[in-house]
Write a protein that binds this ligand. Structure first.
Ligand SMILES: [Zn+2]
Ligand SMILES: [Zn+2]
Length: 363
């Protein structure tokens, strides 16, 4: 055991140096690309353009579907694809990447990225848990990632609740709450921070996030009952007032609810497997994440703006926009690989996100 601890500490010194090397190279790559393409200096305008264009495409897809010009499959794929840009914008906005000095436009964008991605937590609330994620990634109080199944063994529960932050959140609330109380007792987490998390849990999904999840469950139950009664040849007719509601529920599910849940499934599958958990050394960025960029992840990456390939870069250099991160990814990956950041470590699936093999037995 001593050998393990000693070798871990030795790695930690090296890892700090490695982290500095990666940071320097990634920042240099960003600087070079900004010099090469001066248009990239207009960060606010670019952000607002991506914001407006993505929302325009979502509205256009919805109109196309409502007018019967595109199929349900196409509207789902299109909305899921364009909302993945809004997800990246939300993350950039959380890090104050656009309209830093214009609070009004910054808040307009925050509201926009939430309204079109309404199955997610309020972005103003998310900021606190996301900043905390950067501070303590991979530890017990990293509620942002733990809320998305990170650190759990792979089973049916993890598979089903990966996209559903309301039902999944309720299922794992007790254990996360216990860990937060323990962290406050041990001094790992301040009481103010713990109360902030509690406030987010209580109010972060109000008003329309919770409302839309309830609509979704109602939709699922309704069609499950119809399916089962039909399969078993049981005579059953939904009351008229319930059937009438599906005139607006069906299009809402097709245009907004299902595409977002599908997109979140892709994103959460990637993010909850590329972050390590449970035995990550405090503050060791090398151990916090891995890069998932093999071809078989493409179906997921398509709906989360290549998150598996680029999010690890963000852990090293936080203050950069998502599109620059994408443009500089090959240079970043080169130095990350040289410095020992893991790539496509599929062992994480059987280690429940643990970084080290020897810790699995105690997980
Ligand atoms: Zn992260
Ligand atoms: Zn971040």
């Amino acid at each position: 055991m001593n050998t393990v601890i000693e070798s871990t500490q030795a790695t930690s010194i090296n890892d700090e140096q490695k982290t500095r090397i990666i940071r320097k190279e990634v920042q240099l790559a960003s600087k070079e690309i900004r010099e090469k393409y001066p248009i990239l200096k207009h960060q606010n305008a670019i952000g607002f353009f991506i914001f407006s264009f993505s929302i325009g495409m979502i509205i256009l897809s919805a109109i196309g579907y409502l007018q019967g010009k595109i199929s349900v499959l196409l509207v789902v794929l299109s909305v899921a694809f364009w909302t993945s840009f809004l997800h990246e914008l939300e993350h950039d906005l959380i890090h104050f990447m656009y309209f830093k000095k214009n609070k009004f436009l910054q808040n307009v964008m925050m509201l926009g990225v939430w309204i079109f991605r309404p199955m997610t937590i309020n972005p103003w609330f998310r900021r606190a848990i996301h900043f905390h994620h950067h501070r303590v990634s991979g530890t017990k109080t990293d509620v942002e990632e733990r809320g998305l199944t990170n650190g759990e063994s792979w089973n049916i529960r993890r598979l089903i609740t990966i996209a559903d932050i309301l039902f999944g959140g309720i299922l794992r609330a007790k254990i996360i709450r216990r860990d937060i109380i323990d962290a406050v007792k041990s001094g790992e987490l301040s009481k103010t921070q713990a109360l902030e998390f509690k406030r987010i849990k209580l109010y972060g999904m109000l008003p329309f996030t919770t409302f839309l999840y309830l609509i979704w469950y109602f939709f699922l139950i309704h069609y499950a009952v119809l399916f089962v009664t039909t399969a078993l040849h049981i005579s059953y007719q939904s009351p008229d007032f319930i059937t009438a509601q599906f005139k607006w529920i069906n299009p809402l599910v097709a245009i907004l609810i299902f595409p977002n849940l599908f997109r979140m499934y892709c994103l959460h599958f990637i993010t909850s497997n590329m972050h390590y958990y449970g035995d990550v050394e405090s503050g060791n960025v090398i151990q916090q994440t891995q890069v998932l960029n093999k071809w078989y992840f493409i179906p997921f990456q398509l709906f989360c703006f290549n998150f598996g390939s680029t999010h690890a870069i963000h852990h090293f250099v936080v203050n950069e926009t998502f599109y620059i991160r994408q443009l500089t990814a090959s240079k970043a990956h080169k130095v990350m690989r040289e410095q020992g950041v893991r790539f496509n470590d599929l062992g994480t699936f059987k280690r429940a996100n643990r970084y080290f093999e020897h810790k699995v037995a105690t997980a």
